[in-house]
Design a protein around this ligand. Structure first.
Ligand SMILES: *[C@@H]1O[C@H](CO)[C@@H](O)[C@H](O)[C@H]1NC(C)=O
Ligand SMILES: *[C@@H]1O[C@H](CO)[C@@H](O)[C@H](O)[C@H]1NC(C)=O
Ligand SMILES: *[C@@H]1O[C@H](CO)[C@@H](O)[C@H](O)[C@H]1NC(C)=O
Length: 355
């Protein structure tokens, strides 16, 4: 009986969140600093096409050459000759086209959904933002000669869509899938998200607030500081730049996806690609590489480890829908791909992890 009540209560809570259209702000967990800046992927060639005259590419990416995968996997320092390699090649614009992007976010400028960022988001901004992170493997990674780029972009944009969706007037499931990129900042901009513990490295500027901004919102002075350092933009003094520049708004989102933001956690990119070796504890906690684990990294116990829930299912639905729209097809999700995080113990409980 008690169990039933808690289920009912959970369902009600989710409905409330959706109805009030505040999910953009309700997942504003504090992040800890990741520390190091990203390192480029070894053997990455995001400019040249594979083929004669591009040896760096052939040795890793071009399976048709029958070249044994060169082992230069490690992205963060150590080159481990026993680890299967990853490499990257190509560009997001090679496989994501304008019309696909338009279909994915078809209602973003629509009156009917009361879009809050009308005219802000566009295809070119995403392509330009992606280009900055392609050399680090975003949308360009091959792992064991399998290309993960298209799936990764579908997964990333699925997160973006659910975090920026206005679902207040949604009638059908299909409508839900078309409401992404409705916001470019958190609805509630009152909290200033200034963590004084970082006042030395990331001093909060007077009169500004570090509330959620971007396609996958970032929060807190230290995240603005870190992302700004990586993008060479003074976000600490000018967080508002993100609201004014859609390329930047996508860039901070990709930064959040690519960086291991909390200590002792991999990045969403790494768990999606499988560029992450689960420890015994991870295995016991049912944490495995794949789409499910990206939700664990990004949202922790707000979404994961609590059984089937609407928020989680909504993110998964977006992912599958985007795979279809990107001509990969949802059937590309194999029987061993773990889409859900319903049974995963979270990496870190929110609010409890210390810097
Ligand atoms: C927007 O941000 C991008 C990426 O940081 C930058 O290259 C561009 O110059 C900015 N545009 C404007 C108008 O400030
Ligand atoms: C790549 O291959 C290695 C060895 O065959 C395997 O251990 C690893 O799990 C594979 N990685 C992915 C992401 O498939
Ligand atoms: C694994 O989990 C146990 C029990 O929760 C913990 O004491 C231990 O420190 C963990 N090991 C690692 C490497 O995280």
């Amino acid at each position: 009986m008690e169990y039933k009540w808690s289920v009912l209560f959970t369902i009600l809570a989710f409905i409330l969140v959706l109805v009030n259209c505040i999910e953009y702000s309700s997942l504003n967990e504090p992040y800890n600093i990741g520390g190091s800046l990203l390192k480029p992927c070894p053997l990455c060639n995001t400019n040249r096409k594979p083929g004669p005259g591009s040896p760096g590419t052939q040795s890793c990416c071009d399976s048709s050459q029958g070249v044994k995968l060169v082992v230069q996997g490690a992205k963060r320092g150590a080159l481990d000759p026993n680890k299967p390699g990853s490499c990257c090649h190509g560009a997001v614009r090679d496989y994501l086209k304008t019309d696909q992007f338009e279909n994915m976010f078809s209602k973003r400028n629509s009156l009917e959904v009361e879009a809050h960022a009308k005219g802000f988001w566009d295809y070119q901004s995403f392509i330009t933002a992606s280009a900055h992170y392609q050399p680090y493997g975003f949308g360009t990674t091959y792992m064991n000669r399998t290309f993960f780029g298209t799936k990764e972009v579908a997964a990333f944009l699925a997160h973006v869509a659910t975090k920026t969706s206005c679902e207040n007037k949604v009638a059908t499931n299909m409508e839900k899938l078309e409401r992404g990129l409705c916001y470019n900042k958190e609805k509630n901009s009152n909290p200033n998200y200034c963590d004084e513990r970082y006042k030395k490295s990331y001093p909060c500027a007077p009169g500004v607030a570090y509330y959620g901004r971007g396609a996958l919102p970032i929060y807190w002075n230290y995240n603005y500081g870190e992302a700004g350092k990586d993008l060479k933009v003074d976000l600490l003094n000018h967080p508002e730049y993100i609201e004014q520049n859609s390329t930047l708004a996508f860039q901070v989102a990709i930064w959040r996806w690519m960086m291991p933001i909390k200590k002792h956690q991999p990045s969403a990119h790494d768990v999606f690609i499988g560029y992450w070796t689960p420890t015994k504890n991870d295995t016991l906690a049912k944490r495995v590489s794949g789409f499910g684990a990206t939700m664990n990294v990004l949202y922790g116990d707000l979404v994961c480890g609590k059984g089937d829930n609407e928020f989680m299912n909504n993110i998964i639905s977006h992912y599958l829908y985007y795979l279809d729209l990107m001509d990969v097809g949802r059937e590309a999700v194999g029987p061993h791909d773990v889409l859900s995080c319903a049974k995963q113990v979270v990496f870190n409980p929110s609010y409890s992890s210390s810097p």
